[in-house]
Design a protein around this ligand. Structure first.
Ligand code: G1P
Length: 294
């Protein structure tokens, strides 16, 4: 069956970006002129997913407003004949069928995903983490959906990182290589210490899951940080493939930004901005001058 649903957890507090995120959801911070969440939604839509569920929390109303129509603004732009901006304003409200549910207690990523159970039903579904932005030139979700359709396994995206950074991520040990970019996952650990990590393969925020993962999540005990971890549910799936299917990892080697991290956020802004038609060439020459003085 073709996967059409995506779940996008966006309930996190954004503490790394305080004070900017005191009143503004971190997913509304703009990369150039589009909020982070729109890049993530566009990626889901580009992979053919049309039914999106955002798992939100308190103070996240701006996200719903962003994907809604704003009649007064559209009328004002229309009256001015500003068709370019009118298109941009309308585009975000026409991207997909977007639904919202609240997480309630912030009990971890696994708990956030579990909130999607009734919306998802018996379908397989994708999960895209709301502050992981994959550059549109390097999208991987379509490939992951293809691997899922062919194998029936759960599929996660993996990226090689320096061992010193593995403690920031879920970490996967892999076994059989199914294709140049696809491995069977044999073991998963959430945020291991560098010296006990089973590999240098980090789980990045893209998943394609079977609906049976919900019954595993319901039984998953709080893990790292006292939270219910999606990584732990996937670890169970990898060890018990008869319950919810096994786990395959697709290795990603493109451009990915953790927009919850200040330095990565600035790098993402620059990477995107230098390729923009409107400001790219001016920014490039300014950056060259600027770099001379560093
Ligand atoms: C979450 C997951 C982790 C994954 C990471 C990717 O952690 O729990 O396994 O590697 O996203 O960004 P978080 O960054 O929300 O702490």
């Amino acid at each position: 069956m073709v996967t059409t649903k995506a779940v996008i957890p966006v309930a996190g507090m954004g503490t790394r970006f305080l004070p900017a995120t005191k009143a503004l959801p971190k997913e509304m911070l703009p990369l150039v002129d589009k909020p982070v969440i729109q890049y993530v939604v566009e990626e889901a839509v580009a992979a053919g997913l049309s039914d999106l569920l955002l798992i939100t929390g308190r103070n996240k109303n701006a996200l719903e407003n962003h994907f809604d129509r704003v009649a007064e603004l559209e009328q004002a732009l229309e009256a001015k004949g500003d068709s370019g901006r009118l298109f941009q304003v309308q585009e975000s409200s026409q991207l997909a069928d977007i639904h919202y549910t609240r997480q309630g207690d912030p009990r971890g990523l696994g708990h956030a995903v579990l909130r999607a159970k009734s919306h998802v039903g018996d379908n397989s579904f994708a999960v895209l983490l709301g502050d992981d932005v994959i550059d549109s030139r390097d999208y991987i979700l379509e490939r992951m959906l293809q691997v899922h359709e062919e194998s029936g396994d759960n599929v996660i995206a993996l990226m090689q990182v320096p061992k010193s950074q593995i403690s920031l991520y879920g970490c996967a040990a892999v076994g059989f290589q199914h294709a140049p970019d696809v491995y069977q996952v044999s073991n998963l650990v959430e945020k291991p210490a560098a010296d006990s990590a089973p590999s240098d393969l980090a789980v990045i925020g893209r998943y394609v899951l079977n609906s049976e993962i919900f019954s595993i999540l319901e039984k998953t005990q709080p893990g790292r940080g006292g939270e219910i971890q999606l990584t732990d549910a996937l670890e169970y799936a990898a060890a018990n493939p008869d319950v919810a299917g096994g786990v395959r990892g697709v290795v990603f080697s493109g451009r990915r930004y953790d927009t919850g991290d200040k330095l990565d956020f600035i790098k993402a802004t620059l990477r995107i901005a230098v390729d923009r038609d409107d400001i790219g060439s001016e920014l490039r020459s300014w950056l060259k001058d600027f770099a001379k003085d560093l």
